[in-house]
Design a protein around this ligand. Sequence first.
Ligand code: PSU
Ligand code: MN
Length: 304
Amino acid sequence: MIDLHLSAEVHAARVAGTPIVALESTIITHGMPYPQNVETARAVEQDIRDAGAVPATIAVIEGRLHVGLDPDQLDALGQAQGVAKLSRADMAACIATGGTGATTVAATMIAARFAGIEVFATGGIGGVHKGAEQSFDISADLHELAETPVTVVAAGAKAILDLPKTLEVLETLGVPVIAYGQDSFPAFWSATSDLPAPLRMDDSASIARAHAARRALGLPGGQLVANPIPADAQIAAEDLAPVIAQAQAQADAQGIAGKAVTPFLLQAIFEATGGRSLTANIALVRNNARLAAKIARDLIALGG
Ligand code: PSU
Ligand code: MN
């Protein structure tokens, strides 16, 4: 039913029991401009290899679920126009109709679990948007974290979101939110926020043990690991606040809604910061990839 295609590298890793880290593709198609999107995707994959794991970038291409893309596929996806942005609601429909789509955090978690991969690295998760009390815009990523047993390493949630409400929803859904090496919840482009993180862990082995403990308890759902952006790459929250407010006002004025909101805001912030937001984004994704590889290795060392 599902035409699952593993890259040769991912197939070999599964046979050998090498740790594997899943990667999403919406960050490539909707999160960054070409060619930085493809360069970043390649660099992130190499960071994972250098850390002793195997990368598995996930996408649906002509109805086939790909877990691990070859360099040509990555390049084609990075330049393609009008690729669908797939989440829990539409991934199966895309597969069924032979479509092509990039996977968000939610869809990547579903595909990772389907392929037996338990650790996933990305930039930032979707969350509760500002003004959600009016728009009801809450990312399906949050519900997915409550449903699907994959540990997701992200740099917290973007400051374009309502961070307190995002943490509230995660708490309601019973999703563990673990700040790595600090007490505060990281805010994507900024390493810290004034929000305390619900949990803190200082080493990857603890995160792997917590993942295994959830599995042993039979708990559905994953963990969100909030890994702060490296200090030298961050942008001060007070510098970004007016830029974000401006981008949000543009989105509201233009009536941007639904799936288009996150890509619109990212693009507006990229333009308003003269590309600085992208440089920071690249640094934090690579940092997350390295931590995810360590967690995947620790999980294997625990016996799977
Ligand atoms: N954060 C980023 N870049 C991205 C996204 C989030 O820094 O490209 C993408 C991810 O794929 C995430 C999705 O799962 O946006 C969330 O979209 P929405 O808010 O529509 O659920
Ligand atoms: Mn949304």
